[in-house]
Design a binder for this molecule. Sequence first.
Ligand code: AMP
Ligand code: MG
Length: 532
Amino acid sequence: MDSIFTFRNRFFESLPADPDTRVIPRQVYNACYSKVEPTPVKSPKLVAVSKEMAELFGINESEYRTQKFTETFAGNRLLEGMKPFAMCYGGHQFGNWAGQLGDGRAINLGEVVDVNGDNQTLQLKGAGLTPYSRTADGLAVLRSSVREFLCSEAMHHLRVPTTRALSLVLTGEQVMRDMFYDGHPEFEPGAVVCRVSPSFIRFGNFQIFTARKDFDNLKRLMEFCVRYDFPHLVTEEKEEINTEIFEQWFDEICKRTADMVVHWMRVGFVHGVMNTDNMSILGLTIDYGPYGWLEGYEPGWTPNTTDEEGKRYCFANQPQIASWNLHQLANAIAPIIQRTESLENSLGKFADYYNQKAHDMYANKLGLDEHRGDNDQQLISDLFDILQVSETDMAIFFRLLSNLNESESYSNEQLFKMIEPAYYSPKEINQDKQSIITGWLRQYLARLVHQSVAYGERKIRMDKTNPKYILRNYLAQIAIDKATEGDFSEVEKLLDVMRKPYDEQPEYDSYFAKRPEWARTKPGCSMLSCSS
Ligand code: AMP
Ligand code: MG
């Protein structure tokens, strides 16, 4: 493996390091990162590897099934060229400036070039204390690590921009967690995920410098980010990064962030903790904590129990929160850019850009040839109403919709039957409710007649947009329960189902099912805390 990974460590080499090497909780000034090595663990055991990610690094199965691989990605050994470090960043948590946060339990191992020639940073999450651990232990438990590992890969296959995961290992150590912060701490198995991303820079990496009026380092980090994470904005290597380039950079960040959130809305994903320290500068979904998937369509739903009251990060708020976070980023970089008109302009265009992308996305979900303005917008907003007539599984509803054929004539009963499997309590849907639902379906069919897309072609397009399989919270929980007992087969199986979320995969039909009733109230299935 040493020969496979060639580390180049641009972040580490180009940006100022914290001269202090003490691993104690402290404020770190005038530095982008602190040098810190992963804490070795007792008896690491490999739980799972993403074979796609292994392939991306040219690692075959016989290589990743070795003790050396497990030891490396548990943090027990450093490969030649690795220069481990934890990043310094701040952030707004739930709308309030929280000061320095930083990689409290994530340790970057270094940057490598993958088989496609792209830059990737390898990062261990749960690898021990860093100067940014504050009062916490620097560790992660199996439960949250399985969720992060599986969801990173699932999101990738769903075509949602995301950080990735290479491996998941058990540390052989026990970690104390009070899962619901209610005075009932228990030991849980510790685990480490190796996350992978072209860059782990977050909005908060810039914010911390501005908050401390450290404009030299702010500018250095901005230049680094443009040069290495957005190289297409720089034509010549030696070119000075001027104001225009910074403005284009910010505009692109706005667009990428909007794209990411459009994808979340498409697949029914709720991030759960959209704090500015959890916003990737590349517009990738990052930090899989108390995330969740809409099952019954409920715009106000949040999986995060910490957010139960305010529901700041609920499903429907995500576009608006993304915009709020981008405002904070604009405030952070403004001191270097100085003229703010262009930043304001990009922020002002965010809503238009988002709406346009969202219109295209909903047109694809419904198989419309294009979003034709007001009438189609009405059809879409009526759809959101009928999805709330009775608890409706979002993923199943959209997947079934592509079976409707505009050249057939259906009775109301037939129409309703076609989508009935999407309802959690079909018996509760009386005649009135049924006619609201079939009324919309008829409106929809009437709209489809007015386009020249053949049924078969439309179905293919819809089925590529509306996943058949999503990483339902209860499915992940079943895999976690089994993994806790030492059986990793369900983790493997879910990883496999989620490889082809848009394909029929009849062998996995049992995963195309509504959340069972027992999962409605079970911790981990419907409600999650930030404890991880
Ligand atoms: P999160 O809510 O997971 O995005 O974390 C917010 C901040 O808390 C980040 O700075 C994390 O690194 C830090 N953090 C979360 N859990 C731990 C932990 N177990 N040990 C140390 N730091 C942590
Ligand atoms: Mg975080």
